[in-house]
Ligand binder design. Structure first.
Ligand code: NAD
Ligand code: ZN
Length: 360
């Protein structure tokens, strides 16, 4: 089968031919219908050799959807041909966190060498994807796999980040979303769907700000200008909060410039939520941040939360903007991501029919 692999540190991913996997006991083989392109893939491929921990070669793709192609021994409750989404943050399934459905915070994954598809285990950017356990599959029903596959990360991650701030996001509150690309443009919609907060979108790219406003942001601003422009922008945002400051800042970039901006905008008892994997930090302290403000850096989301995100999509309350690419064209999707020209989320769709591939 064809697979998109990152093979050499510092070089672009390439399309290669690899053996189609065969499901062992308890495993499930999916015929991939869609795989999402995440900025985290770019982060991983930009890591220097001494920090790279994902193994080589690495088949990319931690957002996956497919139809059940084959069942390993002992797997029950799934039908061949059934359309499913993959819950990506695989854990051990037995520890305290996993038992709560929070496999994103599995206590044993690192020690047991368990890693998500596309971030250690072979990922979804291939014609077939091996799933370690059927509990990592969520029925998709008649939802379109291409439109839905980003829900597993670009939907789930902001949902998890926002849900904990919900008690604060009351009428009159203000939320700022920094970086309204793949994750951020979904964050805007989730905020609108599940809270009464006023949503302000910030991005260095004007077209991303426009997209954020088109999908529901009340206000949008281009950020990242000179110091004087930034001061004026911050004053404008503060005015929109009635002078109280921002209730919750969701930072989908996470570099020092954006975490600093978040710290300056946040209100008394407000929250800075760092989702972007940049190296930025927040310096919380009695004299450095408003009283009772807090910061956290969440990772991905839980299985119950993925069900909730799916319900939001099913009811039409959130919709991921997607651009489709074939598996052959997947390297181009990564070039476009790096150039910042993807509108919403890029999704890779394997062209099974044209090549007559089959699981057998
Ligand atoms: P993306 O490339 O689709 O979107 C990033 C957006 O940020 C773009 O619109 C870009 O124009 C904007 N941006 C860049 N620099 C900016 C700046 N200085 N100020 C304002 N906006 C800026 O990326 P994505 O796939 O949405 O991922 C966003 C971030 O979230 C990445 O860092 C990714 O690695 C991270 N991520 C984290 C988790 C997690 O569990 N914490 C999960 C998935 C992705
Ligand atoms: Zn991701």
């Amino acid at each position: 089968m064809k697979a998109l692999q990152y093979r050499t540190i510092g070089s672009a991913p390439v399309l290669v031919d690899v053996p189609t996997p065969v499901p062992g006991p308890g495993q499930v083989l999916l015929r991939v219908t869609a795989a999402g392109v995440c900025h985290s893939d770019q982060f991983v491929m930009d890591l220097p050799e001494d920090q790279y921990i994902y193994g080589l070669p690495l088949t990319l793709g931690h957002e996956g959807a497919g139809t059940v192609a084959a069942l390993g021994e002992g797997v029950r409750g799934l039908e061949i041909g059934e359309s499913v989404l993959v819950y990506g943050p695989w854990g051990c399934g037995r520890c305290y966190r996993c038992s709560r459905g929070e496999e994103n915070y599995c206590e044993h994954a690192a020690a047991e060498g368990i890693s998500p598809p596309g971030l250690g285990a072979p990922g979804a950017m291939a014609e077939y994807l091996l799933i370690d356990d059927s509990r990592h599959l969520v029925p998709l029903g008649d939802l379109d796999p291409v439109a839905s596959v980003p829900l597993t990360d670009a939907g789930l991650t902001p949902y998890h980040a926002i849900k904990r701030s919900l008690p604060q996001l009351i009428p009159g509150s203000v939320a700022v979303v920094i970086g309204v690309g793949g994750l951020g443009h979904v964050a805007v919609q989730i905020l609108r769907a599940i809270s009464a907060t006023t949503v302000i979108a910030l991005d260095t790219a004007g077209d991303k700000v426009e997209l954020a406003q088109a999908v529901g942001a009340h206000h949008g601003f281009v950020t990242g200008g000179e110091a004087a422009e930034m001061t004026a922008l911050e004053e404008e945002i503060r005015a929109l909060t009635g002078g109280r400051g921002v209730t919750a800042v969701f930072d989908f970039v996470g570099i020092q410039a954006t975490t600093d901006l978040a710290s300056r905008l946040v209100a008394v008892a407000g929250e800075v939520v760092i989702v972007g994997v940049g190296p930025g930090t927040v310096n919380i302290g009695f004299f450095s941040t408003p009283w009772e403000s807090s910061a956290r850096a969440p990772y991905w989301g839980s299985r119950p939360e993925l069900m909730e995100v799916l319900e939001l999509a099913r009811s039409g309350m959130i919709h991921v903007e997607t651009e489709r690419f074939s598996l052959d064209d997947a390297p181009h999707a990564y070039e476009r991501l790096r150039a910042g020209t993807i509108r919403g989320r890029a999704v890779i769709v394997p062209d099974h029919d044209q090549h007559g591939e089959d699981a057998s």
